[in-house]
Design a protein around this ligand. Structure first.
Ligand code: HXC
Length: 257
């Protein structure tokens, strides 16, 4: 597949999507959205891929939705085009997605990072939802995912003032899983993705599904859901192999079945 606004490559069982609009700090225009979602969807379906990394440049993961593209639109244009709806398909991917964030992750850039499963930040990362300064509000889930990630206090602060938060604050607040020096960002993300891709694929997918379920349901139903998935895994070859390998003091060889 030839893409204009992203670069894709595969390293073993890890797929890497690099946002690539250097002239606009990776602003998320419609083409970049379509291309990213197309790439994620096809990697998600590919049995040779176990995890996906999405990253940007040193200066910007993404500086938001493309303001120049949106500026002239009317309300009816946005509604009829269902602006940003394609991003919902990224959140429906079943395989783990890691966002490796350096530099600006603002507006839609922050929202894209939050739609991923694990957020690894360089010490240069800056997060924010500055839409209010443009006369709008977040439109790719920011008001919801940020609030769930960091709580009401900081979500209100960020969405109402448009201020940015640095990597340390984002980690303390629970938005970011790990902070690493900028020069180690991609290597760390690839290592983490490689570890995940080395697990049994259906198990990693179910672990993701179970954690995601906690956002959608009550504790009792969530635990019931987890328990059913857990029980079902005892029908898998990889459960037999994983536990046998432990008992026999060797590394497991998973067959993703
Ligand atoms: C379109 C953008 C852009 C964006 C940067 N650029 N962000 N173009 N949409 N979101 C372009 C600039 O116009 C400029 O193009 C080039 O990228 C480099 O940007 P500079 O501003 O010159 O860089 P710098 O001075 O380093 O400042 C970096 C920055 C600033 C602080 C990140 O670019 C900035 O504030 N960007 C907008 C951030 C933002 O508001 N994001 C939220 C978007 S709204 P030229 O051609 O001039 O060189 C959003 C909404 C989602 O995401 C839902 C609401 C509908």
């Amino acid at each position: 597949h030839e893409f204009e606004t992203i670069r894709v490559r595969q390293e073993g069982r890890v797929a890497v999507i690099t946002l690539h609009r250097p002239e606009a700090l990776n602003a998320l225009n419609q083409m970049l959205m379509q291309e990213t979602v197309t790439a994620v969807t096809s990697f998600d379906r590919d049995p040779e891929v176990g995890a996906i990394v999405i990253t940007g440049s040193e200066k910007a993961f993404a500086a938001g939705a493309d303001i120049k593209e949106m500026a002239p639109k009317t309300s009816v244009d946005m509604y009829l085009d269902d602006w940003f709806a394609a991003w919902d398909r990224l959140a429906q991917a079943r395989k783990p997605i890691i966002a490796a964030v350096a530099g600006y992750a603002l507006g839609g850039g922050c929202e894209l990072a939050m739609a991923c499963d694990i957020l690894i930040a360089a010490d240069t990362a800056k997060f924010g939802q500055p839409e209010i300064k443009l006369g709008v509000i977040p439109g790719i889930g920011g008001s919801q995912r940020l609030t769930r990630a960091v709580g009401k206090a900081k979500a209100m602060d960020l969405c109402l003032t448009g201020r940015t938060m640095d990597a340390d604050e984002a980690e303390r607040a629970g938005l970011v899983a790990r902070i690493v020096p900028a020069e180690e960002l991609l290597a760390t993300a690839l290592t983490v993705a490689g570890q995940i891709a080395g697990m049994s694929m259906p198990v990693a997918m179910m672990a993701k599904e179970a954690v995601d379920r906690s956002y959608e349901t009550t504790l009792t139903e969530g635990i019931r859901f987890e328990r059913r998935l857990f029980h079902s895994l005892f029908a898998s070859q990889d459960q037999k192999e994983g536990m046998a390998a432990f008992v026999e003091k060797r590394s497991p060889t998973f067959v993703h079945r």
